[in-house]
Design a protein around this ligand. Structure first.
Ligand SMILES: [Zn+2]
Length: 154
């Protein structure tokens, strides 16, 4: 049963991986070793799945139910995936898109007010935001958190 794995849904909704490890015990930790685990994109997909489930209940329609199942399956597949690099890249793309999307509403001010002097990049390895001075051309950026290197134009 897809909705039977309440434990896994709880894992998907956790914010910190450490918390998950403590909560799930060593057997689950062994199972998850070498697998991608959870990230911001997965949490979004679980939220969509939950909204879909609620809408199914209210609207008596199959469409939100199908959407809900699809997103839940996607979240599972990503979580248990062994292609960590590919999953990280997807998450980084999502975070970049989300920042740009939210930037439209903020009118590109607020925390992005520093945009004149700096450009903010999102690490494809861990999703960390990295602030780089503008106008340096194509440079290699090394993430201070996970030490992933990636090339970007500033
Ligand atoms: Zn990183």
């Amino acid at each position: 049963m897809i909705f039977g794995g309440i434990q896994f849904i709880l894992v998907l909704m956790q914010t910190e991986n450490e918390e998950v490890n403590i909560a799930m015990g060593s057997r689950f930790r062994n199972f998850m070793s070498g697998r991608y685990g959870n990230d911001q994109l997965n949490r979004l997909m679980v939220v969509i799945a939950v909204i879909g489930a609620v809408l199914t209940w209210f609207l008596h329609s199959n469409i939100p139910y199908i959407i809900s199942i699809v997103f839940l399956i996607l979240a599972y597949v990503r979580m248990f995936s062994r292609n960590i690099q590919q999953r990280s890249a997807e998450n980084a793309r999502y975070l970049e898109f989300k920042d740009r999307f939210l930037g439209i509403f903020r009118g590109r001010r607020g925390s992005w007010g520093q945009q004149s002097a700096y450009k903010i990049f999102i690490c494809p390895g861990c999703g960390q935001k990295i602030r780089i001075p503008k106008g340096k051309g194509h440079i290699m950026i090394t993430c201070p958190r996970c030490h992933t290197s990636f090339k970007k134009r500033t």
